[in-house]
Design a protein around this ligand. Structure first.
Ligand SMILES: Cc1cc2nc3c(=O)[nH]c(=O)nc-3n(C[C@H](O)[C@H](O)[C@H](O)COP(=O)(O)OP(=O)(O)OC[C@H]3O[C@@H](n4cnc5c(N)ncnc54)[C@H](O)[C@@H]3O)c2cc1C
Length: 306
């Protein structure tokens, strides 16, 4: 119920205007978002890489409604990738991309063309792209674009969401040699017809999907903060004889930072997903929906400023 209400608010432009205009301390947003510009993203990446982590940078913005906005997003990614390479932050730094930010909503072909240009920019910078997964109505389109991108850039990463009933089959489909698949629980409000609703069912699905990815020939990217799932992934790595270079853990910037360092200290590859940009509202709301404690932190900060 709590999660549904917050996720509904994430899609409301009216609530967005209220929250964005509220006198929230920068610290609240900065806990989960690296900053507004490319320099902020680079600074965060530099700090995390110096601590032994890898990063995936995400330029925030998922309400792209014009070709100009889509082109501006593509240009920002190309600029970021060049800056990452110039700063010596590749291949430790890669980028994550939402097709909605490239115009998927109004022109799928345009989004594909921009994503293709970004993959080319990543290849020139010596790194890779992972295509984020959004709500279930875009899953097929996103996987189609992924297939087309992989024809030219085989290392392009996919994201699959364990809460979707279809995901076990998608894992089988994508667990192929050279394939990079990020497995996460899923962050959107989805109907029962397509998605498991209870936490237990989602966790069970996550483990089934993890088994497929960890036993298959592809590269698994285990994206979760859940201690039980992390322990199960460590167990499966031993069971399926996967060395630390054959899979990685991924967590969000600002979430369980000590755990990120602990796992890296134990020899695992750990990638921190670092969002930046001015359009932080929907991203922040999804983080609040995941954890009541995050919401309490947010409300306390709002109150202290009022
Ligand atoms: C790298 C990365 C990329 C992602 N990409 C996508 C994507 O493309 N599409 C998409 O839909 N979703 C994406 N997500 C979000 C994901 O789907 C989940 O919504 C999010 O990760 C929360 O799920 P969880 O697995 O961490 O478990 P949750 O069920 O949120 O938490 C499980 C347990 O983890 C621990 N925990 C969680 N947060 C904290 C915290 N702040 N402090 C301490 N302990 C905590 C607690 O013990 C909690 O009970 C991504 C997540 C990550 C990490």
């Amino acid at each position: 119920m709590f999660r549904t209400v917050i996720l509904a608010a994430a899609e409301s432009s009216r609530v967005a205007r209220i929250v964005e205009g509220a006198p929230i301390s920068r610290a609240v947003v900065r806990r989960f978002v690296a900053g507004n510009g490319t320099d902020d993203a680079l600074r965060a990446a530099r700090e995390l890489v110096a601590q032994g982590l890898q990063v995936s940078l995400d330029h925030l913005g998922e309400d792209t409604v014009t070709p100009d906005q889509a082109a501006a997003t593509k240009d920002e990614y190309l600029h970021l990738l060049k800056a990452l390479a110039d700063a010596g932050l590749t291949p430790a730094g890669e980028v994550s991309l939402k097709l909605s930010a490239l115009g998927q909503v109004f022109d799928e072909e345009l989004a594909y063309e921009h994503a293709h240009a970004i993959c080319a920019g990543a290849a020139a910078a010596g790194t890779t792209v992972t295509l984020d997964m959004e709500d279930h109505e875009t899953t097929d389109q996103t996987l189609d674009v992924l297939t087309r991108l992989r024809a030219d850039f085989p290392a392009t990463g996919a994201v699959l969401q364990a809460y979707l009933r279809r995901t076990e089959a998608d894992c089988r489909e994508l667990a192929t040699p050279g394939s990079r698949v990020r497995l996460c629980k899923g962050a959107y409000a989805e109907p029962e017809s397509v998605a498991f609703q209870s936490a237990v069912e989602v966790d069970k699905s996550y483990v089934r999907c993890l088994n497929i990815l960890m036993s298959g020939p592809g590269y698994a990217m285990v994206a979760t903060h859940d201690p039980r799932l992390i322990a199960i992934a460590e167990d499966r790595a031993k069971w399926f004889d996967r060395g630390p270079e054959e899979f990685e853990f991924q967590m969000l910037y600002g979430v369980r930072p000590d755990e990120q360092l602990r796992l890296a200290g134990n020899g695992y590859t750990v990638r921190s997903y670092v969002p930046y940009g001015t359009q932080w509202y929907a991203y922040l709301m999804r983080r609040l929906a995941e954890r009541p404690a995050n919401l309490a932190f947010f409300l306390r900060a709002l109150k202290s400023r009022n």
